[in-house]
Design a protein around this ligand. Structure first.
Ligand code: CTP
Length: 402
């Protein structure tokens, strides 16, 4: 969830600063890049060396580093996607309220254009003091977000409100903050992916070489943008590591048809990336077929076209299909766009090097029903998925305002 997010953690001098070692560890584990600034008082409660090892970055404590080089607070502030100050003492809170700048943490805070989240920690009576309450209100009026202190046993031995929120709570708050700023929050998306297996008898089937990688990458990219994602996945060896994606495992085109249609009505975005078999045996034998005859004819019938059916039933959904072609890529893709009532078609070549089934890369051209077209370079399937999802987001934006 915090993959590649740049988080600047400011630590001030409260006893709970020792919990920041765990906080840094949790943030890094979530995939965040973390840089730490400490005040002089903070270093009496937590060692900069520990924080440096855990954050994998040098800890900043002064305007000059150990080699007497100037440390730019402006660059630090610009680097961050988010600044977190935890624990926040009454002293630093007061400085934030009036803009007093007497250390690099305050200089960075005053230069930061990113959102600032603070987790105050102080003794019970301090936390209740009218100036603290007033200063918290003042800094919130500047747009800073406050994770309230928690109730519990305090370092003084008193019991009450004032404990810094637990590192897990802070990480959840940060995750939520990033989630809310994602473009597909509140959006439901359905993806189908992988091959289908059409049974000939209990042990044999007709299948294809689709790996399901492209569809899975799209499902993960949609989830990464905040969408609530369901994935209907044909028989494939890939595993879905993102636990927020709801996976329906299916085998045949009929199963995939049923699962995709069942989930369709509520959806806002639907991407059909599955390589659905076009034909299936008229009737699967119930027992294993013996090799008695010299020749064996298999009677095949067309499968249901899932995407075409979705196109017929389309209401609010943005419907995205693929077109895998060996010739006349754009022309054939546009025919599918119209015939299946799609909003967007992703065309890829089955014969071009690095494109199509099986591999880890793809080269696509996206066409939409408003005659727009965008060609992309050969990229990894993860990057291609991001291009597709960004295209869908831009399409959605244009079509909800026009
Ligand atoms: N598709 C589908 N159900 C099918 C066949 C295809 O939902 N029975 C979907 C695929 O998931 C893809 C799109 O239709 O999004 C186009 O699939 P493709 O194999 O390129 O084309 P077809 O429609 O099968 O036509 P043809 O094989 O003749 O090119």
């Amino acid at each position: 969830m915090l993959e590649k997010k740049k988080i600047l953690l400011g630590i001030t001098g409260g006893i709970s600063a020792y919990k920041c070692a765990h906080l840094v560890r949790l943030l890094v584990k979530e995939g965040a890049e973390v840089k730490v600034i400490v005040t002089a008082a903070a270093t009496t409660f937590v060692s900069p060396q520990t924080l440096s090892v855990l954050s994998r970055n040098e800890v900043v404590s002064d305007f000059f580093d150990s080699n007497h080089n100037w440390q730019s607070h402006v660059q630090l502030a610009e680097w961050a996607d988010l600044m977190l100050i935890a624990p926040l003492t009454a002293n630093t809170l007061a400085k934030m309220a009036v803009g007093q700048c007497d250390n690099i943490l305050m200089a960075t805070y005053l230069s930061a254009r990113t959102k600032i989240i603070i987790a105050p920690a102080m003794d019970l009576d301090m936390y209740r003091h009218p100036t603290v309450i007033k200063n918290l209100a003042i800094i919130q009026s500047f747009g800073n977000l406050v994770i309230p202190a928690e109730f519990g046993e305090l370092a003084s031995g008193l019991v009450g409100e004032g404990r810094m929120a637990e590192p897990e709570t802070i990480v959840d708050y940060v995750k939520n903050y990033f989630r809310q700023s994602l473009p597909l929050i509140g959006i439901k998306a359905l993806v189908n992916a992988g091959p289908t297996y059409e049974a000939i008898d209990p042990v044999r089937f007709i299948g294809n070489r689709s790996s399901g990688k492209m569809g899975l990458a799209i499902a993960e990219a949609l989830a990464g943008m905040g969408a609530e994602v369901s994935l209907v996945l044909g028989p494939s060896s890939i595993s879905v590591s993102n636990s927020s994606i709801l996976v329906y495992h299916v085998e045949s085109s009929d199963d995939m048809y049923a699962a995709t249609l069942k989930n369709y009505v509520d959806m806002d975005i639907v991407v059909c990336a599955a390589a659905v078999a076009d034909y299936k045996p008229l009737k699967a034998a119930t027992e294993k077929i013996k090799k008695l005859e010299k020749e064996f004819d298999l009677h095949l019938v067309k499968t249901k076209d899932i995407l075409e059916e979705l196109g017929k039933r389309k209401k609010k959904q943005i419907l995205v299909g693929f077109a895998l072609e060996t010739q006349h890529l754009e022309k054939n893709a546009l025919v599918k766009l119209q015939k299946k009532n799609l909003d967007i078609v992703v065309a890829n070549s089955a014969t071009e090097a690095g494109s199509g089934f099986g591999g880890d890369t793809n080269k696509i051209t996206i066409l939409d029903k408003h005659n727009k077209k965008q060609e992309f370079e050969l990229k990894s399937k993860e990057e291609v998925a991001l291009d597709i999802v960004n295209y869908i987001i831009a399409y959605k934006k244009q079509n909800s305002t026009s």
